[in-house]
Design a protein around this ligand. Structure first.
Ligand code: C5P
Ligand code: C5P
Ligand code: C5P
Ligand code: ZN
Length: 473
């Protein structure tokens, strides 16, 4: 039997029911979402099914809607396992279930719709926050633990679960909390993860030091952030060998003492330039390292790993991301790195475009329409990065539009934890405002999305503005 206690006791009964149903299936179709959390969810579930000897196939979908669910139903599998989506689309799924097309098993963390189903593993059904305490990969991990056989445990999969949680930005308050923390503990026990307090900048493994500081956008330090010459001058003034053999070193190349000198120099600079205390605190957070991965690679740091995965799946190459998750360190990793360069370029051009064009202010929100300038699969990431930058007003949520097809617009919205504490629920806003104009949407309180007809954009903005106003009043 399992060697360790289940990671999230509140979900054990649901996980066991799902696991039993999967074991009883002839063949399972595993369907997952095309982002970092969805890929890691798929990889975790697929590995667990394989270890349990359950025959299955894996497919990825950009969005689960009536059409893609019908496509899944047409595949004639008796059981379909949905990971990182499904809860928000239970109405459509249940129609197929009622017709006997397939039995759904769901491991998700999105806001459930009105209908329910028998095999449904979702933290929100047990009072656990699905935006900050457990991701799709986390729910899949809980399921994987329930699928364990007598020959070994699945705690090694905690590494991918943490990549998924961080990919969904569940660590945005400086580290993982709640059920996610229990998964980290499993990974630490299993010897696959190391958690430590560290400088909280993106790119600790792969970015040369000047780029690490220059591109750090979450906490803006005057004269260093967005300032190449300033970042270089800051580094050269430190009592640390910031170069070796003429090459800039990376954070991962520094020893403990050197890191300490750099971090405290950065804090002193921030204090001296009047950065507020709570922003300075945000310079430090918990970093999660995958100890089996090679130092200095994207895979070693969960945050960089998740970006690498987004760079594949959001560009119709989920197969590449899945292969990397399943351990391919040859061709798939090389291809993922190529895609990553393209993704980075698109993110930075997209962010620059938003900064140049600016946003339109409504009473309770701000919005921009990128048309075809930003790919609809990454417009949400750009919106989140824009909201984190000084270019946008943090006290209002942002709504972003991008062309999805000739007549359809993709909508992405992002808020902050502070706004959520004041009552903001973007999942409800996206669902209600899109349904009011004949579209559909959903997601999480802090980040949600929708698809609408392009001619309905202004009516949608007006309705969303009204709903946000109601929530925050
Ligand atoms: O499909 P879904 O769950 O994967 O996506 C979650 C999205 O919410 C991610 O794109 C993530 O960046 C965003 N998010 C955010 N801020 C948070 C939590 C999630 O922007 N605090
Ligand atoms: O791409 P992903 O959703 O994983 O990005 C998560 C966060 O990582 C972004 O919001 C951004 O702050 C940071 N990031 C970055 N530079 C990149 C990619 C991501 O700073 N090239
Ligand atoms: O696409 P984007 O990153 O903006 O999505 C934010 C969140 O909203 C994700 O969790 C996504 O799954 C969800 N979403 C949804 N229905 C849509 C679009 C997005 O539930 N039509
Ligand atoms: Zn997710």
């Amino acid at each position: 039997m399992a060697v360790a206690d289940p990671p999230v006791p509140e979900l054990t009964a649901r996980a066991n029911a799902c696991a039993d149903r999967l074991r009883a299936a002839d063949r399972v179709l595993l369907a997952s979402h095309i982002d970092a959390d969805g890929l890691t969810s798929g990889a975790i579930a697929s590995t667990a099914l394989e270890r349990a000897g359950i025959d299955h196939e894996v497919v990825f979908e950009k969005q689960l809607d009536a059409e893609s669910i019908a496509g899944i139903a047409a595949r004639e599998f008796d059981v379909v396992l949905f990971t990182d989506f499904g809860s928000g689309q239970l109405d459509s799924i249940a129609e197929h279930e009622d017709r006997g097309d397939f039995v759904p098993v769901i491991a998700d963390h999105h806001q459930p719709g009105d209908r329910d189903t028998e095999f449904h593993l979702n933290p929100l059904l047990e009072g656990i926050n699905g935006a900050s305490e457990l991701s799709g990969a986390g729910a899949s991990y809980v399921l994987a633990r329930a699928l364990e056989g007598p020959d070994g445990d699945n705690r090694d999969l905690a590494a991918l679960a943490v990549v998924g949680a961080v990919g969904d930005m569940q660590d945005s308050d400086g580290g993982l909390v709640g059920a996610n923390e229990a998964i980290v503990a499993d990974g630490v026990d299993a010897g696959v993860i190391e958690a430590q307090t560290d400088l909280d900048l993106y790119g600790r493994q792969t970015r040369p030091l000047p780029k690490l500081l220059e591109y750090a956008s979450d906490v803006k330090i005057p004269g260093v952030s967005n300032d190449e010459a300033g970042a270089i001058a800051f580094l050269t003034d430190l009592d640390v060998d910031v170069k070796r053999d003429g090459e800039w070193r990376r954070w991962v190349d520094l020893d403990g003492e050197e890191r300490q000198i750099l971090a405290s120099g950065l804090m002193r600079r921030a204090v001296a330039s009047g950065v507020p205390a709570d922003r300075i605190e945000a310079l430090v957070g918990t970093s999660y390292t995958l100890v089996d991965e090679e130092p200095g690679t994207e895979l070693r740091d969960v945050s960089e790993f998740s970006t690498l995965l987004n760079a594949t799946a959001r560009y119709e190459r989920a197969d590449v991301g899945l292969a990397v998750c399943l351990g391919d360190r040859g061709d798939a990793l090389a291809e993922a790195r190529r895609l990553l360069r393209n993704h980075r370029k698109n993110l930075s051009e997209g962010l620059q475009w938003v900064k140049n064009e600016g946003v339109t202010e409504e009473e309770n929100l701000q919005w921009f329409d990128a048309g075809s300038r930003i790919r609809e699969t990454i417009v949400g990431i750009v919106a989140g990065m824009a909201l984190g930058s000084p270019a946008l007003d943090r006290s209002k949520p942002v709504i972003a539009f991008a062309e999805e097809s000739a007549e359809e617009l993709k909508v992405s919205s992002r808020g902050s934890h502070a706004l959520v504490r004041q009552g903001l629920d973007l999942s409800a806003v996206m669902r209600e405002a899109s349904q009011a104009v004949g579209g559909d949407g959903g997601g999480h309180d802090v980040a949600a999305g929708a698809t609408i007809a392009d001619r309905e954009r202004d009516a949608f903005v007006a309705e969303a503005d009204r709903l946000v106003g109601e929530q925050l009043s």
